[in-house]
Design a protein around this ligand. Sequence first.
Ligand code: 4GX
Length: 253
Amino acid sequence: MKIDILTLFPEMFYGPLNSSILKKAQEKGIITINYINIRDFTTDRHHQADDKPYGGGAGMVMKVEPIIKAYEAIPKNNSFTIMLSPQGRKFNQKLARELSQKEHLIFICGHYEGIDERVRQLIVDEEISIGDYILTGGEIAAMVIIDAVARLVPGVLGDEVSAEEESFSDLLLEYPHYTRPRNFRGLEVPEVLLSGNHKKIDLWRKKQSLLNTLFRRRDLLKVRGLTKEEKILLWQGFFELAMLIDEIPERSE
Ligand code: 4GX
């Protein structure tokens, strides 16, 4: 996958996108990320990429010409252009999956009050928002999207299964994870995980996922639905939780 990023602040990306899994993915040549400084496409003496808004008002607006010139300098034949903004389609795992099918993504990151409307009209295929809050610029939003999309590109994660095996693709929250030591400051790893009984372990994990999702994100369960087996597992989980009441000593009234 090819990724081009149009921004006034390319240095913001260098740490996050050149670490860990995304660093390896680029070294392996599975994804290629290219930064384009919009300021390099200004033509005036002061290299001005923004200007005062027509009609007046506070703040500055990013100029149309440098962005279009920067866009036109990108070699492309089948690209998809994204602009980050709070007005956009809300980003989620489904959209991440859609974008992971594209061969070339171009991100336009705005700063200040926004970007001249004609940029959207001329080159934007989809406006995306990462959530209902206001950022100082589109750069961090672009990084969030690139991170979530890149890990779905085949070969980016070490073993091919782990992207899809992950709970979210099953629309459930994760079960709790443990590693050594068995006891840390009195907190024990659940016995079942040490049993070596993989059928039992899978069932325990599924039960934990279901309980977690029911308690924290009932909205997800309502959309997803539950099989008869899953309902039985959840009832079992409830029963086990209810049994904890008996472990608490009685207190005189
Ligand atoms: N999810 N912002 C973009 C400037 C801007 C405004 C309008 C283009 C059009 C945001 C978000 C976000 C703040 C990034 C305003 N650029 N981006 N910026 N939430 O809040 O993506």
